[in-house]
Design a protein around this ligand. Structure first.
Ligand SMILES: [Fe+2]
Length: 125
């Protein structure tokens, strides 16, 4: 798999949140280069627990008007992650699971980070 590279155009204007988004790209690349699926899912859980809460705090502090809809997207991701972790524990075929996780995360990058996260960036600072 070609590895993904961070593009400055995806910046939300906050170094901490950008670093976290870069971390997600790193996880997608590790998944693509064969890192064990359960380990990537564990790291994804740690990532989400920290990153979604940081982002939601920043949006609240900035008075971002679409925060409720944004939180729903985060909740949907968390549900997907829980289902993926269960699939991984129940011995789902690893290759299939790896592909489906990878495509979900790439779609998330395009639809959430590049659209929904960019939408709040103008409200920060
Ligand atoms: Fe977000």
């Amino acid at each position: 798999m070609d590895s993904l590279e961070w593009d400055e155009a995806w910046s939300v204007g906050d170094a901490r949140l950008d670093d976290q988004h870069k971390g997600l790209i790193g996880l997608i690349n590790r998944l693509g280069s064969g890192a064990p699926v359960p380990i990537v899912l564990d790291e994804l859980q740690i990532y989400v627990d920290e990153h979604f809460r940081d982002e939601e705090r920043m949006m609240e502090a900035a008075g971002y008007p679409d925060i409720a809809a944004h939180k729903l997207q985060h909740a949907a991701f968390e549900e997907w992650l829980e289902a993926s972790r269960q699939a991984s524990r129940s011995g789902e075929v690893v290759g299939l699971l790896r592909d489906s996780i990878s495509s979900y995360l790439k779609t998330w990058l395009v639809t959430h980070i590049m659209v929904s996260d960019k939408a709040y960036s103008g409200y920060l600072n």
